[in-house]
Design a protein around this ligand. Structure first.
Ligand code: NAP
Length: 413
């Protein structure tokens, strides 16, 4: 089976290495990359190197591997490969999350395969596990820690008392975070993966623009101290749930999670995906979510699966449907952190506003010995909706004792 690579970066070069050393039935024939001269390596002597994508798309390669990233021109190349009867393997989460429905339909029409195991949770074979291993269950919820960069930062803040800024700088120095960390820390990377999981696990076509994301940039080291007092820690959690009325709750945000829970146990740059099924209950998949080697293994596994099917046409891709609506509203206890100049009646004024919005306080925490000029303290709330919390916070923002805007996050059971 002849394979051509679009992109020879971190993942592409690892894929080539595996194909050159360990995949005897798969033959790498072409490598495409811009400025390809600087990419050439002597351990791939029989490969045609090109910076013209047409050379790949009009070649006799059976499968095209797209590991360039970005929606364009990767999307155009993938479309052209499928149209010309080639199967495609991609690691591109933004492409599959945004354009997956149309591309999978095109692959089905042409009778070729479009596989994307590497696009979510890198080295954890979760797409195949969900599609095959759990296909006997009726899954209704998927949640997880889907972004290794955020998890590295939050683990360092929790364990080493690092600030967000220093943990991010450390992640960048170690190569876990990009120079521009926006996609990771603001949740866009995780929500693309969440949409792919919604498709595979729940049969739902949810687009990234419909999923509310909240950044982890607003977390402070004191949040980890208070979380610890609650027997918890903090994770960037992604969650999608199908409700009985056909609507969907989907979001990506920082959340308080119990210390012993599967979401808390995944540390450093690892990922975890949790599924809830009607018959099988909860299942967890965890491991390395990224990295050239693990991601390349996922790509090559897709290649092997396609090769094993021989010339068998792909005539069906699993059916997906649109939810009646997508919302971030779900009832949960909440954590509110305030930073104030200390003065009497603060709690009374906050309690009055919360009562107006029919929100009950569960507990108030104030660590001793903090500066009275910028005093951080926490109020935890009994179960309520984010809309209630936001309405209350809009009023609280106007209170004169705030030194910084109040910060909130849900507390997951
Ligand atoms: N790295 C991971 O751990 C990981 C994990 C899971 C999924 N993925 C996904 O895998 C894909 C590749 O990631 P990566 O980490 O390997 O990225 P990368 O190291 O930046 O490699 C991408 C390669 O594609 C080339 N390229 C990009 N745009 C191009 C264009 N328009 N024309 C020609 N060549 C182009 C780049 O060339 P230049 O050298 O000139 O930039 C580079 O060699 C992405 O979709 C990513 O989201 C990566």
């Amino acid at each position: 089976v002849k394979v051509a690579l679009l992109g020879f970066g971190t993942v592409g070069s690892h894929v080539a290495r595996i194909l050159a050393t360990d995949a005897k039935d798969l033959q790498l024939t072409h490598v495409f990359n811009r400025g390809v001269e600087r990419k050439k390596v002597d351990w791939l002597p029989d490969v045609r190197w090109t910076d013209n994508a047409d050379h790949v798309l009009s070649s006799d390669a059976d499968i095209v591997v797209e590991v360039m990233g970005g929606r364009e021109p990767a999307g155009t190349y993938v479309r052209r490969a499928l149209e010309s009867g080639k199967s495609v393997v991609t690691a591109n989460k933004q492409l599959i999350a945004n354009d997956g429905t149309a591309l999978l339909e095109l692959a089905r029409e042409r009778g070729v395969h479009l596989s994307y195991e590497a696009s979510v949770a890198g080295g954890i074979p979760v797409v195949r596990a969900l599609r095959e291993g759990l296909s006997g269950d009726r899954l209704h919820r998927v949640s997880g820690v889907l972004n290794g960069t955020c998890n590295y930062i939050l683990t360092r803040m929790g364990e080493a008392g690092a600030t967000f800024e220093s943990a991010l700088a450390e992640a960048q120095a170690l190569g876990f975070a990009e120079a521009d960390p926006t996609d990771d820390v603001d949740g866009f990377d995780a929500r693309a993966k969440l949409c792919i999981l919604a498709r595979v696990a729940l049969g739902l076509d949810v687009s990234p623009g419909e999923v509310a994301c909240r950044t982890i940039r607003d977390l402070r080291d004191v949040d980890f101290m208070y979380a610890q007092r609650l027997g918890c820690t903090i994770r960037q959690v992604s969650r999608v749930e199908r409700l009985d009325d056909g609507s969907v709750v989907a979001w990506v945000q920082p959340a308080i999670v119990a210390s012993g829970s599967p979401l808390a146990r995944v540390t450093g740059s690892e990922n975890v995906v949790l599924t809830s099924g009607v018959h099988g209950g909860e299942t967890a998949f965890s491991g390395r979510g990224a990295g050239g080697g693990p991601t390349a293994v996922a790509v090559v596994s897709d290649l092997v699966a396609i090769a094993r099917r021989g010339g068998q046409r792909n005539v069906s891709s699993p059916a997906v449907s649109r939810p009646s609506s997508v919302t971030a509203e779900f009832s949960a206890p909440h954590y509110l952190r305030f930073v104030v100049t200390d003065q009497p009646v603060i709690i009374a004024r906050l309690a009055t506003i919360l009562a107006t919005h029919r929100i009950n306080i569960d507990a108030v925490f104030q660590a001793p010995g903090m500066s009275k000029d910028a005093l951080p303290f926490v109020v935890t709330l009994e179960a309520c909706d984010p809309a209630q919390v936001n309405a209350a916070l809009a009023e609280m923002l106007r209170l004169d004792f705030n030194v910084a805007p109040p910060f909130w996050m849900p507390m997951l059971g």
